[in-house]
Design a protein around this ligand. Structure first.
Ligand code: 6PG
Length: 261
């Protein structure tokens, strides 16, 4: 009789999708955030030890918000070297910081105000100003120039991914994809860009980073991740495929729900 009873089997773990770079796959979003937080802390401490400071670029969107909260509250993140961190913004909407769509506005409220990071090391994009792109590019070049040649790049970039596979504010077939080899930050606008207009770091700057983390959790990311893993279209249509670090590391942070069973 015993043999007739079907044991209740947990569903099998999903297979990690074949994405470019390494994949960190965890059961629940909380596990993903904790892994990412631990890697971020380790990199921050390592960079401060090696270079004296840490250049971190953060994205907006809803997915990373729990991570930003956790960074401020989790005892495991207590050793994060905020006093030595420069905080940059990957992309920004052309709205004032007080607008709820402002990436910096959210990051400031959740993180900057509680981190103790020195004000002169916080680098928001003043996206409503007419020369916001060139001004941010200048600020990046001047600040990174304090580093020895070869080390003058961002240390850790956190990216998200939209349903159309955009990352940062690099939307499919949008002008910012063709920013050219010299531009670090550009405006992005027009019919291909989800409003409001944007300012965004370019492939050139992002791909030069020492470490690129892509965070995608939840079932709403599943189809897009599958298309990216299958390389079902060129990078012009799936812009996250244009993320190809030159000498750095690319690591994806995914939960089971984001992956096909
Ligand atoms: C932004 C972003 C963008 C974001 C993706 C994913 O400002 O919108 O920087 O690239 O990471 O759109 O957004 P969600 O996390 O909300 O899904």
């Amino acid at each position: 009789m015993r043999d007739e009873i079907d044991p209740i089997q947990p569903p099998p773990d999903p297979t990690p999708p074949r994405l470019p770079g390494r994949v960190v796959l965890r059961p629940e979003p909380e596990d993903v955030y904790t892994s990412l937080m631990a890697d971020m802390c380790a990199h921050a401490v390592g960079c401060v030890r090696a270079f004296g400071d840490f250049h971190l670029a953060l994205s907006g969107g809803s997915t990373p918000l729990p991570l930003y909260r956790q960074l401020m509250t989790d005892p495991m993140a207590r050793g994060f070297p905020w006093a030595r961190t420069h905080l940059w913004i990957v992309d920004e909407r052309r709205v004032p910081f007080e607008d709820e769509r402002s990436n910096f506005g959210q990051i400031r409220d959740l993180l900057v105000e509680h981190s103790g990071i020195p004000a002169e090391q916080v680098h928001p994009i003043r996206a409503t100003e007419p020369d916001a792109d060139l001004a941010y590019e200048r600020e990046l070049r001047e600040t990174l120039a304090w580093r020895e040649k070869g080390h003058d790049r961002l240390d850790f970039v956190l990216l998200g991914m939209g349903a159309d596979a955009h990352t940062a504010s690099l939307f499919p077939r949008s002008p910012a994809l063709d920013a050219g080899p010299d531009r670090l930050v550009v405006f992005n606008a027009g019919p291909r860009v989800t409003p409001p207009d944007r300012v965004t770091m370019t492939y050139r700057l992002l791909n030069a980073s020492r470490f690129i983390a892509v965070l995608a959790v939840g079932a709403s990311k599943r189809d897009t991740l599958a298309r990216v893993a299958a390389r079902s279209a060129p990078a012009a249509d799936l812009p996250i495929l244009g993320i190809e670090p030159l000498g750095g590391e690319l690591r994806w942070y995914l939960d089971f729900a984001a992956c096909a069973p």
